[in-house]
Design a protein around this ligand. Structure first.
Ligand code: COA
Length: 173
């Protein structure tokens, strides 16, 4: 488990995918800026098996309540990409920002990579604030890159380089 001050990241095991399915299929959790998905357990298991060099995590409060999930995956040419969601009634408490900081600590501490990327819908202010507070820089706009709610939307692409990463916030001992 990866421990922070207010949240921990716990690996999602295959047998936990039922919870991920409930959340993925609940359109309020991923929110208006994420693709509308309805997944079967079978589909999620295949995606889980194909997460080569990647991982899914639950975001948990210190009392082990699960309040969201995150993923990191290789998005081509050895650059990990990340994604995350917090359940609606736990948003606005700083948990999303802390979870992203923990995940980037883990990736930079465990993998010999120089950059991590994340993409968000250009209107997703909360997600962009999370990334900026976690040390990411906005690189630019990818035009009509994301198919959401029946139309093509622009995404903002963010990255953090190893040399921009401050010392770990993750509790290592
Ligand atoms: C994006 C998300 C993970 C943020 O999680 P969170 O725990 O609420 O984030 P934090 O509490 O760390 O807040 C980070 C900043 O965003 C701001 N914020 C939160 N919700 C906001 C909203 N709806 N509109 C504008 N700003 C918002 C917070 O005020 C905070 O900024 P501040 O410190 O300057 O006040 C959460 O909103 C979410 O799960 N959204 C749906 C899924 C999603 O969009 N995922 C990202 C896909 S790229």
């Amino acid at each position: 488990m990866l421990e922070g001050n207010n949240v921990n990241l716990r690996i999602v095991e295959k047998e936990d995918l039922l919870i991920i399915k409930e959340w993925t299929n609940d359109l309020h959790i991923d929110g208006e800026y994420s693709p509308i998905l309805q997944e079967t357990i079978n589909n999620l298991e295949k995606q889980y098996d194909n997460l080569i060099e990647g991982q899914m995590y639950f975001i948990e409060k210190k009392d082990e309540t699960k309040i969201g999930f995150m993923i990191h995956m290789l998005s081509g040419s050895e650059v990990p990409g990340i994604g995350y969601a917090i359940i609606p009634n736990e948003r606005g408490n700083g948990y999303g920002t802390e979870a992203v900081k923990i995940l980037i600590d883990y990736i930079f501490l465990s993998k010999n990579i120089v950059r991590i990327t994340a993409k968000t819908h250009t209107d997703n202010i909360a997600s962009q604030k999370v990334l900026e507070k976690a040390g990411f820089t906005k690189e630019g706009i990818l035009r009509k890159e994301m198919f959401l709610c029946g139309k093509w939307n622009d995404s903002a692409i963010f990255s953090i380089l190893r040399e921009e990463w401050k010392e770990p916030k993750i509790l290592l001992i």
